[in-house]
Design a protein around this ligand. Sequence first.
Ligand code: UDP
Ligand code: MG
Length: 308
Amino acid sequence: MNKKISILIPVYNEERNIKPLYDRLEKVMNKEKYDYEILFVDDGSRDNTEKEIEKLHKKNRKVRLIVFSKNYGKADAMQAGFDSSNGDVIITMDGDLQDLPEEIPSFLKEIGKSDLVVGWRYKRHDKFLKKVPSLIFNNLARFLIGLKIHDANCGFKVMKKEVARNIEMYGELHRYLPALAHVKGYKVSEIKIKHAERLHGKTKYGANRMVRGFFDLLTVKFLSSFAKRPFHFFGGLGLFSFLIGFVIGSWLFILWLLTGTIGGHTPAAIFSMLLLILGIQLISLGLLGEMIASIKSKEKPYNIKRKL
Ligand code: UDP
Ligand code: MG
């Protein structure tokens, strides 16, 4: 493999993990004679993470560092890393040594066959409270997006640079990178990897990521299915609501014409009005969405695989 490899590592308060991680990475990369760079993104750490990386940079210019002015979160750190990486192939991994550098050669073997390779931590060393939400999401993602891999939110991944270039991440969408890539038509595959316990420091994420993760998943689904045509989503719902309201309303109107009263059907009348208003609101929302989608010209609606 003669391509340049960027290893992208977002770190937040990982001072004690930097040196051991670097030592193991360097050993693997030199043994396989890869052309590489290690790009740390310090996501506003308040410990000595930055100093530790600086020390390494002085020894080895292949170590690069981006420091955030405050803690922006892992997704933004990854995006900054993607934006300034120089490699043809990009490896992302956590900085806490839960992902083993020794797995890199197997990832690189697999990337020849696909566009994005995701690790599958088949024996996960995390707390129960973390594994359960993860399991739910993987199944939900499989169901909603149709991506058949086991561990879609594993941080250890290898991708061709165009995958990273063509996917915009914000919020906590980094966890759905494989899903987003799949939606854009890239070939996503997985390999089994070993997973270790955290060596030093503690996890930055708790069980509360479940709710946010669920919203993110819905966002991915919505973006992939309706972002370009919001009216198809809201318009459909709106029309449905409006029609039912209209049928009930018409029936009450005929009843009133024939008998001069709507009898005890006041609740039905209220319900009908509610549905009519809701319908009009949803349709307007859809049209508004269309306007926003037409203004949002930054992202291309198509994704090119190759040009000759
Ligand atoms: N991380 C980061 N910014 C944050 C939180 C985490 O850059 O706001 C980094 C962290 O330093 C680690 C990786 O993201 O390298 C994964 O975080 P963590 O190990 O806490 O997550 P877990 O493995 O418990 O899911
Ligand atoms: Mg971790």
